[in-house]
Write a protein that binds this ligand. Structure first.
Ligand code: MRU
Length: 354
C-alpha cells in the first residue's frame, strides 16, 4: 500500500504529491511549521490525509517544545493548533483532528508535560490506523452499491493518496473489484490541479485496476454513450442535510449523472460529516491562486491580466446524491434523518486488517 504519510523519528514523512506521477519523492517535515506548509502547498492533500497530517504536525510541535510547565505548553499548543487551522478551510477533517488533539491535551494535562507529549504522539498515530480501518469498512459497505461490471466514474483523487491508505471512493472500487466485480474506472483529469490525471490514474494503475483518463469536459459524452454505470467521489465536508462539498467540478458531474439516470455516490469517513453545518450554503470554499488556472506545467496558457476565478471546491445539493457511504453504514435520502441515525451508530470496523 502507498505510504501517503507516516510518523518517523525525524518527523512526518510524506510522499510529495506535487511531484507525482513523474517522480516518487518523499519529504520529511521536521517542524510543525513545515507540516503546515506541506498541507497548504498540497504536498499532502485530500480531506482525511489533511486531518491526520495536521494531528501529526501538532504532535511534532508539542514534542519539540521546551515549555517547563503545562500553562506554558498550553499557550504554545494553542499557537500550533491555530497555525494548522489556517492551512486549508474546506475539509472539516482538519478541524475535527485539531479538536481531537485538544481533547487529548486536556485529558493528559493533569499528568504533566511529559505525559501530554506521549499521548499526543500516540493519538496522532492512532488516527492514522483508524483512518485505514474506516476506509476498509467503507469499502465493504460501498462495494454492495457498485455494478457487477462496467464503467465507474470518479472525480479528483479520493484514494490512498487522499487518506492514510486504501482510500474512500477508490477504496469502494478496490473492495468491489476484490469481491469479483469487473469494474473499469473512468478518471476525470480534474482541472486545474489535475488530481485525477496525476494521482488517481497513477495509484489505480499501480494496483493494476483498469483505468481510462478523460478530460473533465468528456464526462457527459461518456455517460450518454452508456459507458458509465455509476459515479463515486469523496468529500471534504458533508452538511447535516447531505449537501456535499468536494473538488470543483463534482457538482457538474452530479448534475450530468442525474440527467442520465446514473447513481451518484459519495464515500467519506464520519470525520468528514459536519453535523453542525445545517446545509451546504455555509461551507467555506477555499479560493486558490489564479496561477493554477493561467499556467500549465509552469507555462502560461492564458493572456496576461485575464480575470480568473479558482474555487477549489463546489457544493453538490443532496438531491443529486443517491447514497453516502461511511464506516458507520450507508445513508440515503432523506439525509437529515439517515445521517442523524448514523451519528448515534458505532463504526463498523470489524474484520479490518490492522
Ligand atoms: O484539493 P484537494 O486535492 O485536497 O481536494 C481533495 C478532494 O476534493 C477529495 O475528493 C476529498 O478530499 C476526498 S479525499 C478522500
Amino acid at each position: 500500500m502507498i505510504r501517503t504519510l507516516e510518523w518517523t523519528s525525524q518527523g512526518v514523512r510524506f510522499i510529495d504529491q506535487t511531484r507525482l506521477p513523474m517522480e516518487e519523492v518523499f519529504v520529511t517535515c521536521g517542524t510543525y511549521q513545515e507540516v503546515a506548509t506541506a498541507i497548504r502547498d498540497m504536498i499532502v492533500r485530500g480531506a482525511p490525509a489533511i486531518g491526520v497530517a495536521a494531528a501529526m504536525g501538532i504532535a511534532l510541535g508539542v514534542k519539540h517544545s521546551s515549555a517547563p510547565d503545562i500553562a506554558t505548553l498550553r499557550t504554545e499548543f494553542g499557537q500550533i493548533c491555530r497555525t494548522m487551522g489556517e492551512t486549508r478551510p474546506t475539509a472539516v477533517n482538519l478541524f475535527w483532528a485539531i479538536r481531537r488533539m485538544q481533547q487529548t491535551f486536556e485529558v493528559a494535562a493533569p499528568q504533566g508535560v511529559h505525559q501530554v507529549k506521549i499521548n499526543l504522539v500516540e493519538e496522532a498515530q492512532k488516527m492514522l490506523v483508524e483512518d485505514i480501518a474506516a476506509n476498509e469498512a467503507m469499502g465493504r459497505h460501498g462495494a454492495t452499491l457498485m455494478p457487477a461490471s462496467g464503467g465507474v466514474l470518479t472525480h479528483c483523487n479520493a484514494g490512498a493518496l487522499a487518506t492514510c491508505g486504501y482510500g474512500t471512493a477508490l477504496g469502494v472500487i478496490r473492495s468491489a473489484i476484490s469481491s469479483g466485480k469487473k469494474l473499469h474506472v473512468f478518471a476525470d483529469e480534474t482541472r486545474p490541479f489535475l488530481q485525477g490525471s496525476r494521482l488517481t490514474a497513477w495509484e489505480l494503475m499501480k494496483d493494476g485496476i483498469q483505468t481510462t483518463l478523460i478530460a473533465d469536459n468528456m464526462a457527459g459524452a461518456m455517460m450518454r454513450q452508456g459507458k458509465i454505470k455509476a459515479v463515486i467521489v469523496g468529500a471534504d465536508r458533508i452538511a447535516a442535510n447531505g449537501d456535499v462539498a468536494n473538488k470543483i467540478g463534482t457538482y457538474s458531474v452530479a448534475v450530468l449523472a442525474k440527467e442520465h439516470g446514473i447513481p451518484f455516490y459519495v464515500a467519506a469517513p464520519w470525520s468528514t460529516v459536519d453535523m453542525n453545518m445545517p446545509d451546504g450554503e455555509g461551507i467555506p470554499i477555499e479560493q486558490r491562486s489564479a496561477r493554477e488556472v493561467t499556467h500549465h506545467a509552469g507555462k502560461q496558457v492564458a493572456p496576461d491580466g485575464v480575470l480568473v476565478e479558482n474555487p477549489a471546491f463546489d457544493v453538490t445539493p443532496n438531491k443529486y446524491v443517491a447514497a453516502i457511504v461511511t464506516e458507520r453504514g450507508i445513508a440515503k435520502s432523506p439525509f437529515a434523518d439517515s445521517l442523524r441515525e448514523l451519528a448515534q451508530a458505532v463504526p463498523d470496523l470489524a474484520g479490518t486488517r490492522r
